[in-house]
Design a protein. Structure first.
Length: 185
């Protein structure tokens, strides 16, 4: 009878997330996860074909975490208030976990069906609020792309401390949201 596995895929992903959180994506290796799990590196290949598969699993987990945080922390009475709240929650998610956030939207994952499904899942609270705000169905995806593109660019620059021209970054964020959500009631 085979011996039971020492660690599950979920436990290994949790270990990988903790490595990314503490040290960044560059530190995420099969060997590092195996060492923290107390197993030999080759045993991880039962769960992940290679480092790229491990990174994909971690990115999917981060996207699922993002969806859960958006659902849990979004507040507001009107759809527009909730959309502004989604933006603030997204920004906070990125700023409080910059290493984890840095794994999102990797160009080498563009054609991965698992990443695509996880992106769609993590965007579902935004899609739902745009629909609740009366945005026509044909406009939901384009507007969500605009909002996420703005949010990703803004928080990526904020994390990199790239806003160097003075002024309030918070005021700039709010003014940008005013512009983007002007058509939403």
């Amino acid at each position: 009878m085979p011996t039971p596995p020492k660690t599950s895929r979920e436990q290994l992903i949790g270990i990988a997330l903790s490595i990314v959180e503490a040290e960044g994506a560059a530190a995420l290796t099969i060997a590092a996860v195996a060492e923290q799990a107390g197993v030999k590196g080759p045993s991880l290949y039962k769960h992940f074909a290679d480092r790229a598969a491990l990174i994909t699993a971690v990115e999917v987990a981060i996207l699922h975490d993002l969806e859960a945080v958006l659902r849990r922390d979004t507040k507001g009475r009107s759809p527009k208030q909730r959309l502004r709240s989604i933006a603030a929650v997204y920004r906070n998610f990125a700023r409080t976990s910059p290493h984890r956030y840095g794994l999102l939207y990797r160009p080498d994952a563009a054609d991965d069906p698992d990443i695509e499904a996880a992106c769609r899942f993590s965007a579902s609270p935004l899609f739902e609020e745009l629909e609740a705000a009366g945005v026509p169905a044909r406009d939901i995806l384009p507007l969500s792309r605009t909002l996420v593109g703005f949010l990703h660019g803004f928080v990526s620059m904020e994390i990199a401390k790239a806003f160097r021209l003075g002024g309030s970054i918070d005021e700039a964020f709010e003014a940008s949201l005013d512009t983007l959500l002007a058509r939403v009631r």
